[in-house]
Design a protein around this ligand. Structure first.
Ligand code: MN
Length: 342
């Protein structure tokens, strides 16, 4: 854990004296990326600041309920404006990532900037030299939890309002798989504070869990019936999707969300993977594991990726069939030392 080096009063000063605050999060933003960035955004609005949230690329449509998301800048759509905002910022927050390549098209502008940046994150091994100050804790459930902690610490007299609370609660819920993993007693403490502040857990449940499209449900059925491969000897289950299959089901970003967890839910399976072919000749792999099996090591060593021990991502240059072959071959070797582990 890296605690903040600056005292709360100094951090308040840094924030209040900044005129152009930019909040950045990672590519393929998930519930925690959006929740932490928009949570902080809504809080800063309360403090009469005018921050801007910039996401590198599109986010799943079911997060459209998050307060403030309509003001967010999507950098690969509005590249010039986004780059200008990053260059002209006088204070930046980096949320839910600690490797600058996670910024996509914003990376170069971020590295060239002169303004100070603060990091709030829970991914392993940050390069702390890049930031003026860090609140970094891999044992935190989510970056949203760290934003809640940061606000409690820096602004003890100003509880977040309902909009900020809704975003931060969403982030904590999503990054723990609905309080299934990675949470601590602190997570519930912060969630309780968010609910007391008026977090809308009701709209969130409907938006995220009760707004499936028919296309997504059919795709899920197809994946489970036709595409799920189970290799019991390796404790591995995976689903692989080609571009052609995604088009057949009118795929929209987020439609395959949580499919990897369906594969992982099989008894005896310790590791699950969703392979998704992209339009640009790249195939993405999303890894999940149970217990102590470190899929972030597998992702980092063989698939140009990384992440958390039980939830990581990576990618290869090539199509879905090539990714599938590489996955099986790699896991066959990689899993050996872990075979007798719990
Ligand atoms: Mn996160």
């Amino acid at each position: 854990m890296t605690s903040l080096r600056h005292p709360p009063a100094r951090l308040r000063e840094i924030i209040f004296s900044a005129r152009k605050i930019v909040l950045l999060t990672h590519k393929n933003p998930d519930g925690d990326a959006l929740g932490s960035a928009l949570g902080l955004y809504n809080f800063l609005l309360q403090k009469k600041k005018h921050p801007v949230v910039i996401v590198p690329d599109a986010y799943p449509h079911y997060f459209r309920f998050l307060p403030g998301r309509e003001k967010m800048l999507v950098a690969d759509k509005h590249t010039e404006v986004a780059l200008k905002k990053v260059r002209e910022a006088d204070l930046l927050f980096c949320l839910d990532f600690n490797r600058t390549d996670r910024l996509g098209c914003l990376e170069a502008a971020f590295l060239e900037r002169t303004a100070p940046a603060l990091l709030l994150d829970h991914h392993p091994d940050p390069d702390t030299a890049l930031w003026l100050d860090c609140l970094h804790d891999t044992s935190a459930s989510s970056t949203s939890e760290l934003v809640a902690l940061f606000l409690h610490h820096v602004f003890p007299k100003d509880p977040p309002g309902a909009d900020a609370a809704t975003c931060l609660y969403t982030g904590m819920f999503m990054d723990t798989g609905g309080f299934m993993f990675n949470f601590t007693e602190n997570t519930f403490r912060h969630c309780a504070r968010m609910l007391a502040a008026g977090a809308r857990a009701d709209i969130f449940v409907e938006a995220v869990f009760q707004s499936n499209t028919e296309d997504r449900m059919r795709l899920m059925g197809y994946c489970l019936y036709e595409k799920l491969r189970v290799l019991p000897d390796l404790g591995l289950a995976y689903i692989s999707l080609t571009q052609e299959e995604m088009k057949r089901f009118n795929f929209r970003k987020g439609d395959s969300e949580s499919f990897v967890n369906l594969a992982l839910s099989i008894g005896g399976i310790r590791m699950a993977v969703l392979i998704s072919e992209q339009e640009d000749g790249i195939t993405r792999l999303s890894f999940r594991s149970k217990g102590s099996l470190p899929v972030n090591d597998l992702a980092a060593q063989y698939f140009n990726g990384g992440g958390h021990r039980n939830a990581s991502g990576g990618q290869i240059q090539g199509n879905a069939a090539q990714a599938e072959a590489l996955l099986v071959e790699t896991v066959t070797r990689w899993i050996t030392p872990f075979k007798n582990m719990a």
